[in-house]
Design a protein around this ligand. Sequence first.
Ligand code: GRF
Length: 197
Amino acid sequence: MTKVAFFISGTGGNALNLVRACREGRVPGEPVLCITSSPKAGGIEKLAAEGIRSVVVERKAFDSDEAHSEACYREVETAGASIICLAGWLKKLWVPPRWEGRILNIHPGLLPKFGGAGMYGMHVHRAVLAAGESESGCTVHLVDNEFDHGRVLLERRVSVRSDDTPESLQARVYAEEMKAYPEALAAFLVAISPAQP
Ligand code: GRF
């Protein structure tokens, strides 16, 4: 079974959802480790309750994004994970060639229009409403060295309502995230696993 690591900075809701999907056999992956950029991340306790160890790797302990990212990869590689799922990871992750095509992220908006530097969390939902869009959604994509830029694996859409607030839109998109990430990760892991003889 492919070993999977999760990177979180906050509540860890998506990571927890993925761990449960693995445990219930809906995703053919084995969760092994969580990396968190903050010792205050609420997800640490939630994942510990599921038996997942978290390692705190703070950006401020390093003098570059590359050095910070490499420290994260060292933990992941020591744990034997070959796939990383970013789930609310708020630091810039540098992707060296050996990790290309093996890091997934979920974004709370439709790409490429509502992505890029500074476009995260509520900023996305506010921008969607300000642009008068009739649809929003979430996107699972591969991670490369540009923000929100890698190949799209799966997108789920929601309608924007005339009385939506950023909070109500966020809640509707988040409900889709809970379906999209397990579905995308499952399909990805199946696609990369060697064919059985
Ligand atoms: C999600 O909305 C996800 O799309 C974005 O960060 C948020 C993390 O939420 N990348 P949670 O910590 O998984 O609840």
